[in-house]
Design a binder for this molecule. Sequence first.
Ligand SMILES: NC(=O)c1ccc[n+]([C@@H]2O[C@H](COP(=O)([O-])OP(=O)(O)OC[C@H]3O[C@@H](n4cnc5c(N)ncnc54)[C@H](OP(=O)(O)O)[C@@H]3O)[C@@H](O)[C@H]2O)c1
Length: 309
Amino acid sequence: MNNADLNVVTGAFGYTGKYIARKLLANGHKVRTLTGHPERTSPFGNQVKAYPLYFDDPDTLTLNLRGASTLYNTYWIRFPRGPITFDTAVENTKTLINAAAQAGVQRIVHISITNPSASSPLGYFKGKALVEEAIMASGLAYSIIRPTLIFGAEDVLINNIAWFLRKFPIFLVPGDGNYSVQPVHVKDVAELAVGAAERGENTGKNTIQDCIGPEVYTYEQLIRLIAASVGSKAKVTHLPPALALFFSRMAGYAVRDVVLTKAEIDGLMAGLLVSDGPPNGQARFSRWLEENGETLGRSYASEMNRHYR
Ligand SMILES: NC(=O)c1ccc[n+]([C@@H]2O[C@H](COP(=O)([O-])OP(=O)(O)OC[C@H]3O[C@@H](n4cnc5c(N)ncnc54)[C@H](OP(=O)(O)O)[C@@H]3O)[C@@H](O)[C@H]2O)c1
């Protein structure tokens, strides 16, 4: 990958994709994005041109990937909705991978998740494993990055935890809250992804690596830390997971969004958002909270507005 190379990033006007695009531009690369919302205003002005990420038109996907050396893939869904299930998301990603191979792309840098497993009962983690398998079988060179929970200014989950903590006198924790999370900053994810591509180019190697922050918290500790940083006096209360899910659905009706899914609660409680490996993200969640507590959770971040409206 030399600096004149064209890189295609999915979702460069979104969350993780934006940081990847920013890092690539800072390193002097050319960037194009594939997005489900090509009409949205580019945070990069005309430095990053947007093309549609429409999976029912593989020929156009191939056309818009032509000339690129590397594809950074962030595409995934947080939960099934309507006709788009995790199985559909797997098939969509396979369409994208095939289009990349057809277009002559050399490497795919794929953002996965910690602890994907083809035998997982959780669609998110199972689908991620199936996509990884498809990438490995594609013949393309690959760098697979597996982040834990990603935090950053544009995040949905941490922001909305803060929003609920600000708004309500009680905050519900599913189960005992003793399960671990190891948040990693979005800039660290982007740096690791771009670095993995550059190393892969130099060594010719394919890699799979977890992408994890330096601090591990229990979920309850994480909630209490966020509460302290935003000055919340909410009482942290434990509920059986099914009851916590019920109330999160009620909250979802009120904010016209999906707040937390059963699969997310199950994944959290199963400790799937931690890694045994050494941390490779630099940013400390606690420090980031100190710096951002004032603004965190001031407004609700709607998944529905981002992806379905
Ligand atoms: N956020 C986290 O805490 C976290 C943790 C671990 C792993 N990951 C993984 O990191 C990657 C990036 O996550 P992110 O949170 O940064 O995502 P994002 O920017 O919100 O979305 C990434 C891409 O997926 C598309 N997308 C998302 N939801 C969609 C939907 N329902 N229907 C159609 N397209 C959809 C987006 O479309 P548009 O281009 O239209 O925006 C964008 O191209 C994902 O693969 C995710 O699984 C995220």
